[in-house]
Design a protein around this ligand. Structure first.
Ligand code: ZN
Length: 302
């Protein structure tokens, strides 16, 4: 799912292209996309884009007459910039937003259509679409610490809770925790002030570093290569590869739809965290060290 750094780059590319441009026409091809009926989508046409903003992981296009078009890309939704009047791809195309200088296309890969579009009127209606998480890049340490320790959650859960922190998801939470040398399953209320300070510095540092990296990589082009998995990431999406800091094998905790990746040496004092699918199989014999796990996997492969 595009997270804060990816959305930031989208916003910058959109500002370049559609700020102050009139939205001439909206074409929607998926019956599942639009989640609001009032105001009717037609009223957004022929309005100029006057503001562009990130709301959590959503992209909000502010139009004249206090209207907000709010896009949530979910996991596989992506934006593309094409020539004026560009056609919508039959299977992937969800919507097209026509401007005099080009067309903004919204596509979504896969069969589960989860991306959403809301049209709302006024700031208050817009704020109802905001899960309310803290903007980490604008927050002082004290505010960060207060939010972090407001409930006793694992760090992974706390960082990815949109009601606690804005715009951070599975990818960047893995990267932030690795950078901070903290375990994804450490409990927020058990952290000492030094660890909280480290997490705060890492959250700001990792998000800023990635914004700069993505901006540089992208240059003046429209961001077409938005992905949750990037070669330069330290642990996210790198299960089985070596940690760039210490060389240990990156491990994972799997869930139904995604996984948490971490380095046992950098983050958990060498301990492996239970991976449900493996631990069910092994029960009491759950390997305690990365070496034992490696051995176990090697035996199973034979
Ligand atoms: Zn490491």
């Amino acid at each position: 799912m595009p997270e804060l750094p990816d959305i930031t780059i989208y916003l910058e590319a959109l500002e370049e292209r559609i700020l102050n441009q009139p939205l001439q026409h909206i074409r929607i091809s998926s019956p599942f996309l639009l989640r609001t009926a009032v105001p009717p989508i037609g009223v957004a046409q022929q309005k100029r884009v006057v503001k562009i903003r990130r709301v959590g992981k959503r992209i909000a296009l502010g139009l004249e007459a206090e209207l907000w078009l709010v896009l949530h890309l979910m996991i596989t939704g992506r934006l593309h910039w094409r020539e004026p009047g560009a056609k919508l791809a039959r299977k992937l195309g969800l919507a097209a937003f026509d401007f005099p200088n080009g067309t903004l296309l919204l596509t979504e890969a896969g069969t589960k259509k989860r991306a959403s579009l809301h049209l709302v009127e006024g700031e208050e209606a817009l704020s109802r679409l905001d899960p309310g998480g803290l903007e980490v890049l604008d927050a002082a340490l004290e505010a960060f610490a207060t939010v972090l320790t407001s409930r006793n959650h694992t760090l992974k859960r706390a960082l990815t809770d949109p009601a606690l922190f804005s715009g951070i998801g599975n990818s960047y939470s893995d990267e932030i925790l690795h950078h901070a040398h903290l375990s994804p399953v450490a409990l927020t209320q058990k952290l000492n002030p030094e660890q909280i300070g480290r997490l705060y510095e890492s959250a700001q540092g990792v998000l800023r570093e990635w914004i700069v990296r993505l901006r540089d990589e992208n240059g003046a082009a429209f961001p077409e290569n938005v992905t949750a998995f990037r070669r330069e990431m330290a642990v996210h999406g790198r299960f089985g590869q070596s940690c760039p800091v210490c060389g240990s094998i990156v491990q994972r905790i799997r869930y139904a739809e995604n996984e948490t990746n971490y380095c046992p040496t950098c983050q958990t004092g060498g301990r492996l965290l239970a991976d449900r699918s493996l631990s069910l199989l092994l029960k009491k014999d759950w390997p305690k060290t990365p070496e034992a796990l490696e051995q176990f996997r090697a035996v199973r492969r034979r």
